[in-house]
Design a protein around this ligand. Structure first.
Ligand code: TRP
Length: 345
């Protein structure tokens, strides 16, 4: 085979494949950046890995039914990755729905997945528990098959590209375990080792990123700070961070302090120490918030400019995604044809 025809994965067989996706169900926020995007971009710089990053738009279908908003979120996530320095010539960067092979693999995997395995999935169980709590006669009320099947689609995303490592937050560990189960099940039924069994890479810090109300920053709590909000809006939101009623001159604890913990992700070690000292000596919450705002704003402004530029020139994003689609499909077609052969179709 002509070397130029080799796929991304084939060229670097000795490299581990790292793969992760973000669901476009809201605009990217500080928690996504610190917990998922920043560590994934660090990994992409490491020559030991072949990285696949994608926009999980099929996954967004299960709970977002506004097509215009979906389009906005897809572009927002894509522009965010690109603005933060994702190099689309080094990383395979694509939109899930551009890879029809994933949908086909999803069905093949669905057919080897025990229903009981999905009955035990946390997100589905939580929805059933909620119905029970509300005294609904039908415990599956309001639950669609997309929510139920979500872990299988996620397994298809991962197994499609022979991913070895999947960097995810703690809330996604069960999904990776399900993907491992499904890969083993396929391999066992068809007496093969076609599918690579993936491993989760847990980002320990993910859980500690606090939102405006002091709970974990999450779209579902409505306590997020958008990553690329204009400076004015960013300042306004930071001023809304909930604090206790300590007076300005009282010494303050940096433990479990949303302001301080966000600051730690953006400042240098000496800046962090300096703020810690200010806390010990007493600092007004308003002033602490102003310091946090100035820090985040100065770090994010250059990236925000790139982001705004991409959002105003969406054809550039389209071109990157199209190139990514071509690279990704080349790999996906090889895996899918091996899978089809093993399954006898
Ligand atoms: N479920 C993930 C989330 O909501 C997104 C996702 C979809 C994903 N497919 C994936 C992450 C495959 C890693 C690998 O965060």
């Amino acid at each position: 085979m002509d070397a130029s025809k080799k796929t991304h994965n084939e060229q670097d067989k000795q490299k581990k494949v790292v793969l992760t996706g973000i669901t476009p169900s809201g605009i990217a926020h500080l928690g996504n950046y610190i917990g998922a995007i920043k560590p994934a971009l660090e990994m992409a710089k490491n020559d030991a890995y072949n990285a696949y990053f994608f926009i999980a738009d099929y996954h967004s279908l299960i709970k977002l039914w506004d097509p215009k908003l979906r389009q906005e979120y897809i572009y927002d996530i894509a522009a965010t990755w690109l603005a933060l320095g994702l190099d689309p010539t080094k990383v395979v960067f694509y939109r899930q729905s551009d890879i029809p092979e994933i949908a086909e693999l999803n069905w093949i995997l669905t057919s080897v997945t025990a229903k009981g395995l999905l009955n035990r999935a946390h997100a589905y169980k939580a929805a059933v528990d909620q119905n029970e709590l509300e005294g609904k006669a039908d415990l599956d009320s309001g639950i669609n098959m997309g929510l139920f099947n979500y872990p299988v689609l996620m397994a298809a995303d991962i197994l499609m590209f022979n991913a070895d490592l999947v960097p995810v937050g703690k809330d996604q560990i069960q999904h990776i375990e399900i993907a491992r189960d499904i890969a083993n099940r396929f391999n066992h039924i068809y007496k093969t080792n076609t599918l690579t069994v993936p491993t989760a890479m847990i980002e320990e810090k993910t859980q500690t990123i606090l939102g405006l109300d002091g709970r974990k920053m999450s779209k579902s709590y409505g306590n997020t700070i958008p990553l690329f909000a204009p400076s004015k809006k960013l300042r306004k939101l930071i001023m809304k961070i909930v604090t206790n009623s300590q007076l300005p001159e009282e010494p303050k604890s940096t433990e479990n302090c949303t302001i301080f913990s966000l600051y730690e992700h953006f400042a240098t070690p000496s800046e962090i120490n300096a703020l810690k000292e200010r806390y010990q000596n007493g600092i007004g919450w308003g002033e602490a918030k102003q310091i946090l705002f100035e820090k985040i704003d100065s770090v994010l402004t250059p990236f925000r400019e790139k982001y705004d530029d991409l959002m105003a020139n969406r054809h550039i994003i389209d071109e990157h995604l199209k190139a990514g689609q071509q690279k990704a499909r080349l790999e996906a077609q090889k895996v899918l044809s091996a899978v089809r052969k093993k399954a006898g179709i």
